[in-house]
Design a protein around this ligand. Sequence first.
Ligand code: C5P
Length: 224
Amino acid sequence: PAPHPLAGRHALVTSGPTHEPIDPVRYLANRSSGRQGHAIAAALADLGARVTLVTGPVGIADPPGVTVRRVETARQMLDACQSALPADVAVFAAAVADWRVEHESAGKIKKQSGVAPPVLSLTPNPDILATIAAAGPLRPRLVIGFAAETSDLMQNAQAKLKRKNADWIVANDVSPDTGIMGGAENAVSIVSADGIETWPRLAKDDVARRLAQRIVATLHGALA
Ligand code: C5P
C-alpha cells in the first residue's frame, strides 16, 4: 500500500476533556486523559494526512506532525473546529462537558461562615459533533463520534449514530472496572449503518492505527 495514503487530506480530531469555569479558580471537568484522541491524530498524520487536533487541557505531549489548537471550554472547542473546516474526516474523541455553569462568577466565590453553599445552575453546551455533522456543504465526508457508556452500550451507540448524524460511532465501555478511562487500552466496537464490528481489547495506539486504516479504506472506496 502507498506509504502516505492520506496525503492531501485534512483530518480534524478533538481530544481531551473540556473545563467549564465556575469562577476564576474553579471549573467542572471529567477524567478524560486525551490518550485515545491524541493517538488517533498521530495515526492519521503517520498516514500522511494534514491533521488539526483541537484539544482540551491534557497532561500528555502533542503528537508529532500535527497542528494543535488548545482550548478550555466546549464553546471554544466548537469555534476551533468550525475554523478548521473544511476537512475530509472528523473524529470527535473529546469528552466534552455536557453542561457549563450558567453564570460564571467574575470573582472567586467566597466561603463565608453561616452562609449557605452556592448552588450551581447548569446549562447545556453545544454538541460539537452534531453541529459539524449538520454543517451542510462543509460537513466532512466521514464524521466519527465516540460513545463512552457504562450501560446499554450498543443501544446508546446506535441511537447516537442517528441523533448526531454520524457515519460511525466508536463505542466503548468506560465502567470503572474496565480501567479504560485514563488507561492505556481500549475495547471498542464500530457502529455504522452497515452494522457492528467488535474489535479485541487493544492498546489505544493500536485502536488508533486500526481506525486510521479503516478511514483510508473508506475514503478511498468512496472516491473510487
Ligand atoms: O452524547 P455523548 O456525549 O455521549 O456523545 C459522545 C460523542 O459526541 C463523542 O464523539 C463526543 O466527542 C461528541 N460530543 C461533542 N460535543 C458535545 C458532546 C459530545 O462533540 N457537547
